[in-house]
Design a protein around this ligand. Sequence first.
Ligand code: UDP
Ligand code: MG
Length: 315
Amino acid sequence: MHLAVVVPAFNESEALREFHLRLAAVFDKLDGMRCEVLYVDDGSRDDTYSVMCSLRDADARVSTLKLSRNFGKELALTAGLDHVDADAVVVIDADLQDPPELIPTFIAHWREGYDVVYGTRASRAGESRLKKLTASAFYRVMERLSNTPVPRDTGDFRLLSRRALDGMKQLRERQRFMKGLFTWVGFKQLSVPYDRDPRFAGTTKFNYWRLWNFALDGITSFSGAPLKAATYVGSFTAMIAFIYGVWVLIKALVWGDTVKGYPSLMLVVLFLGGVQLVALGVIGEYLGRLYVEAKQRPLYLTDEFVAAAENPADR
Ligand code: UDP
Ligand code: MG
C-alpha cells in the first residue's frame, strides 16, 4: 500500500519544518504502508523552496515540486495531484490548521471502503468572526444553488482513493473550485469532524477580495442559478413594464395626454436599465469564464520536480 500526501505551500517557510516533523511522526506510526509526501511550492517569495529542498535531502520520503510562479492554491493542489501516483492520496495545508494526526483515521475509513474521506471543521480556532460568518454563508448559498452539493465547512483536507484520484486527474477545467470537483468525483464519501487549529505561523493568504473571487468561481463553475435568476428577473420586469405600458396607452386614449409623467418615465427607464445591466453583468461573468476556458492554456507550469529518493523508478 502506498500513501502520498500532497502539501501546497505559498510563503510557508516558518511552518514547514514543524509541519514535516508532525507528518513524519504520523508516517512512522503507519506500519506496512509506503509513505511519501510531495511539497508543492506555489511560487513562494520567501525561502519556502529551500526549506523544502533541505527536507528532501534529509528525508527520502520527500518529493518537491516548484511551480514557475504563484498560481493559487487550487492549481498548486492540481499540480500536486498530477504528480503523485498512489493507492491513497491525502491533501493537507502546510500551516498546520489541519492536523496531520488525523491521517490514520482517514486511512482507517479508506480501508473500510470509502473513496473520499474529508475533514469537516467542527470548530475553527484562531479565525475571525467575519471569516467564519462569510464562510458559513458561502457554504449555505452553495448548498442551495449547486446541483453538486459541496459539504458544509469542509476544506480541501481529505483522502482520495486511487480511483477518486484518477477521476480528479481527468478534470482539466481552468476555473478550478477544488471542493466542488472533489464532490463531483462521487464514489463513497465520508465526513470526519475535527477541530481546526489556528495557523502555526504566518498569516492567511486569502484576503476578503480573494475569498470573494473564490466564491464567485465556486458558484459559477458549479451552478447556472445566477443565469437563471437573470432570466427570471428580466422576464418579470418586462411583464410588469408591458402591463404598465398598456395602462399608459389606455389612459392616453381615453383621457388624452396631459404632459405629466416625467417621474414615471424616469422610473421606468432607470429601472429597466438597471435590470438589463444586472442581467448583462451575470452573462458577462459566465462569458469571461468561457473565454478563459477557450484559450486552452496549460493549468500551470513546472519549474522543477524532484521525486523522493525512495521510489525513483515510479515515474
Ligand atoms: N496556498 C497556496 N497558494 C496560494 C495560497 C495559499 O499554495 O496562492 C496554500 C497555503 O500555503 C496553505 C494552504 O494553501 O498551505 C491554505 O492557505 P491559507 O492557510 O492561507 O488559507 P486559510 O486556511 O486561511 O483558508
Ligand atoms: Mg490556513
